[in-house]
Design a protein around this ligand. Structure first.
Ligand SMILES: [Zn+2]
Length: 153
């Protein structure tokens, strides 16, 4: 089996996330709350040469299809990703992620004085910019390491 075949070996049912920005695969797993402890078979390939990106990562998750909310957050750290839904070894749906205008209740604000980080009944609310997210309450802008702001559910 060639190296390439090994990388693209098929799964029976689940999701293949392709064209993830190189190095972001582990953050993708964090978003999906896949810790390695659950009994979900997951394959991760990192830093594969890519036509579109300098390198890309690929994540294959068996027996699970992603929700719309998960795909939205994924788009923040992997804007070029494609989502392939697999059923019975066939790709039944293939789409690009699209960046939402805002994400609510998903990220937490890094500003400790922000009203959304106090014990107030306020859901976090971030506007999605071209290359960053901005808190709707305190205007804090986050460009790097957005994955670190993802709330532990
Ligand atoms: Zn804030």
């Amino acid at each position: 089996m060639s190296d390439q075949q090994l990388r693209v070996s098929k799964i029976e049912d689940g999701t293949v996330i392709d064209h993830i920005t190189g190095g972001q695969a582990l953050n993708v797993l964090t978003i999906l709350e896949i810790t390695g402890r659950a009994g979900v078979p997951v394959s991760v390939v990192m830093h594969v040469p890519s036509d579109h990106l300098s390198t890309k990562d690929i994540v294959k998750i068996e027996g699970r299809e992603l929700s719309e909310a998960e795909v939205d957050v994924l788009s923040l750290i992997a804007p070029s990703a494609t989502i392939n839904i697999i059923r019975d070894y066939e790709v039944v749906d293939k789409r690009r992620v699209t960046r939402p205008d805002r994400v609510i209740g998903v990220l937490h604000c890094p500003n400790p004085n922000c009203i959304s980080t106090k014990d107030e009944p306020v859901e976090s609310n971030f506007e999605v910019l071209d290359d960053a997210v901005r808190c709707a309450y305190c205007d804090t802008i986050v460009r790097d390491d957005i994955a670190a702001l993802i709330d532990d559910a």
